[in-house]
Design a protein around this ligand. Structure first.
Ligand SMILES: *[C@@H]1O[C@H](CO)[C@@H](O)[C@H](O)[C@H]1NC(C)=O
Ligand SMILES: *[C@@H]1O[C@H](CO)[C@@H](O)[C@H](O)[C@H]1NC(C)=O
Ligand SMILES: *[C@@H]1O[C@H](CO)[C@@H](O)[C@H](O)[C@H]1NC(C)=O
Ligand SMILES: *[C@@H]1O[C@H](CO)[C@@H](O)[C@H](O)[C@H]1NC(C)=O
Ligand SMILES: *[C@@H]1O[C@H](CO)[C@@H](O)[C@H](O)[C@H]1NC(C)=O
Length: 637
């Protein structure tokens, strides 16, 4: 195993550990993501070409017909998986279903799946299980006993062994365990005894009614309890002891190999460090280090963290990251985020990218460099990245005060809510506008949105001074188009909907929507996280103005703030122009920055006797009429 392979291995292990700790602490995490991950894990176990191609992209959206073959959904949750007669091979992990808690139907009839049965303890709604015609072995899962809605259980034609668990659900109407290698007495529960012999055929060691074979009592006890005295059971316990011994030996060998590889890996890494030392120092002397550029990485050394220079000496190795304790921050559109606390007290955010274009290392690095080259006090560039065939990670600085989405919408109507003041919201509007101006002025291409994914959850708040950091920019070049079209905010703009084109003006549209989110405190539908409903904000605000219930537009949390009204109105006017349906009519970013900068935090004397009729007058002028028929982000699925 080469060092890079080995570090891949470690990384995968670490990510598994990290993944286990993801909690739903952040309101934006839906079950959806875990269910999707669970299905992807199933897919991986089968190695089936059709599923590999079909189970990609969006899985199910609310109550639409599911996009994935054989998957049934209700309200965005997976309720059924039916993959019959597909020549599936491989296995299903025992814990594969723990996160599919809404499952009602589970059928893998007539495939060639092997291994143990899965654990159904978390699938309390299951009604229909069909694993017939496969090669499942081991015991029938005892978790089936607790499925109170179970109506059909079909396990015939497998290689299952051991006793039949004491199922006794009155709901059970269909049951078949024929042609396995089951043994022992059939439990004398009302449910199991209600089925005839034809449900139990072809298991030569089953006995008791309804089979015609009588049970030898001693045998029966030992078989159904799986242990105890008697010559047969002492035989089987000896066998069990041998199994345990073999397990222990295998474990010891694995541990031993692990230690050897780890030592080897460390040595190799030391060598590598030595080799890297010289060129690094030279760079410092000639002061090239000032420039933002991605360090050259020796060919073949694909398993290392690559730091992007100019990050104030923050460095650590992959190992440090692997040792760090971690906590899930949530599911992003392009991968999950973890907060990793390194031993030295440093905190970083690890973003695991998925659904990327198939880029080779060089292309990937070129794109990362382009992203990192965008430097501005309101932009949050990646600190480092990791590239290997199977994993691509971005590491970011941790922003201590979370993102604007959570700040704006979190803890609403609870006592924990800390009001998000007008001055802070204006600071967000300014910071984001400046960041966007920087991106726009430094991107020549007219046919792309330089940010591409601007929304409140991508605007971070750092430290007390309301420092605004915009993140997740420039990924358009990394993400495959069909995926980008599903998930990136720019692709939900009206022009992409109608002309399949995005541009700088698509960012302006996103910015307008963000401003409306700030002033109304409502969630826009095109950037609402999975499981949350938003409103088509541009359309909604326009309608509000037209139908003259304007007073209800503003977030009550700030509308009551003295001195905020004038600024709010200005910000809303800018927003309405930014989300004009036709891109050409939207202002360009320099104009937007200038106008947002002009807005004062508050306190002009005229504000004191502010009344909403002037707001209506100023909003219903002709400059806004074009936004009348803004396309809703909801139209895109
Ligand atoms: C199930 O979801 C939880 C989060 O709710 C996650 O921590 C865990 O790793 C998932 N388990 C499996 C087997 O996918
Ligand atoms: C998956 O199947 C392909 C052929 O269909 C085979 O080449 C590949 O090795 C298999 N991968 C795994 C992990 O079993
Ligand atoms: C998966 O298969 C279903 C049914 O054949 C089809 O409707 C769907 O479009 C496919 N999805 C993808 C991503 O190919
Ligand atoms: C089982 O699946 C195979 C294809 O894998 C198909 O040819 C056969 O007809 C199926 N049998 C039944 C009984 O559905
Ligand atoms: C159970 O399955 C076997 C084998 O597929 C079949 O012969 C038998 O008729 C089935 N019994 C019932 C009650 O469906």
């Amino acid at each position: 195993m080469s060092p890079s392979n080995f570090s891949n291995f470690l990384l995968v292990m670490a990510l598994l550990v990290l993944h286990k700790r993801v909690t739903a602490q952040d309101g934006t995490i839906g079950y959806h993501g875990y269910e999707r991950d669970a299905l992807l894990a199933l897919r991986k176990g089968f190695n089936n070409t059709f599923l590999d191609g079909n189970w990609t992209g969006i899985m199910c959206y609310m109550n639409d017909t599911p996009y994935w073959y054989g998957v049934q959904c209700l309200n965005g949750r997976v309720t059924g998986v039916t993959l019959e007669s597909m020549k599936l091979t491989g296995g299903i992990k025992v814990d594969a279903l723990v996160n599919l808690t809404q499952l009602i139907t589970f059928s893998f009839k007539n495939n060639s799946i092997s291994g143990n049965m899965m654990d159904f303890s978390y699938n309390r709604n299951l009604r229909n299980i069909d694993l017939s015609g496969n090669s499942f072995d081991g015991k029938i899962s005892s978790s089936l006993v607790n499925l109170n809605s179970l109506e059909a259980l079909q396990l015939q034609d497998n290689k299952l062994t051991g006793p039949i668990p004491g199922l006794n659900q009155p709901t059970l109407k269909t049951f078949n365990v024929s042609y396995n290698h089951l043994s022992g007495a059939i439990p004398e529960t009302r449910a199991l005894q209600s089925f005839g012999y034809s449900s139990y055929l072809g298991n030569e060691n089953l006995c008791g009614p309804p089979t015609p074979t009588l049970c030898n009592t001693r045998n029966d006890v030992s078989e159904s309890n799986g242990e105890n005295s008697g010559d047969k059971s002492s035989n089987s316990s000896r066998f069990a002891a041998i199994l345990v011994a073999v397990d222990v030996i295998v474990l010891v060998v694995i541990l031993f190999l692990f230690i050897i590889y780890y030592k080897k890996y460390k040595n190799l890494k030391k060598e590598m460090k030595l080799k890297n030392l010289l060129p690094k120092d030279e760079e410092h002397d000639s002061r090239i280090a000032e420039r933002t550029m991605v360090k050259k990485v020796p060919e073949g050394d694909q398993g290392k963290l690559v730091f992007i220079e100019g990050n104030h000496g923050v460095t650590f190795e992959l190992d440090d990251l692997l040792r760090a304790s971690a906590e899930g921050l949530g599911k992003g559109n392009f991968g999950n985020c973890y907060k990793a606390m390194l031993e030295g007290g440093q905190v970083v955010v690890v973003k695991r990218l998925r659904d990327l274009k198939p880029l080779n290392r060089e292309e990937f690095m070129r794109q990362v460099r382009a992203i990192a080259d965008q430097k501005h006090q309101n932009l949050l560039p990646p600190l480092a990245f990791y590239y290997s065939k199977d994993e691509k990670l971005f590491l970011y600085k941790f922003a201590s005060h979370g993102n604007v989405f959570n700040r704006l919408h979190g803890d609403r109507d609870t006592r924990d809510r800390v009001p998000f003041r007008w001055s802070s919201r204006l600071a967000v509007a300014r910071g984001v506008a400046r960041a966007l101006r920087h991106l726009h002025l430094n991107t020549r291409s007219q046919t792309t949105a330089p940010h591409g994914n601007l929304k409140s959850s991508n605007v971070l708040l750092d430290n007390e001074n309301d420092e605004i950091l915009v993140t997740d920019y420039g990924l358009t070049s990394l993400i495959a188009l069909p995926i980008a079209a599903q998930r990136m905010v720019s692709y939900k703009s009206p022009e992409y909907q109608s002309h399949k084109r995005i541009s700088k003006k698509s960012d302006i549209w996103s910015y307008g929507c963000l401003l409306l989110e700030l002033v109304t405190g409502r969630i826009p539908s095109h950037s609402a996280p999975q499981g949350m409903n938003g409103v088509d904000l541009c359309g909604w605000v326009h309608r509000a103005v037209r139908e003259e219930w304007t007073a209800e537009i503003f977030d009550t949390e700030i509308a009551v703030q003295r001195g905020a009204n004038h600024g709010l109105l200005r910000l809303m006017q800018i927003a309405m122009r930014c989300c004009d349906k036709s891109p050409e009519k939207r202002p360009d970013i320099s104009r937007v920055v200038a106008e947002v900068e002009e807005i004062k935090i508050g306190g002009d004397s005229e504000d004191e006797e502010y009344d909403y009729s002037s707001l209506e007058r100023s909003l219903t002028d002709e400059s806004l009429s074009a936004s009348r028929s803004i396309v809703s982000g909801d139209d895109l699925r």
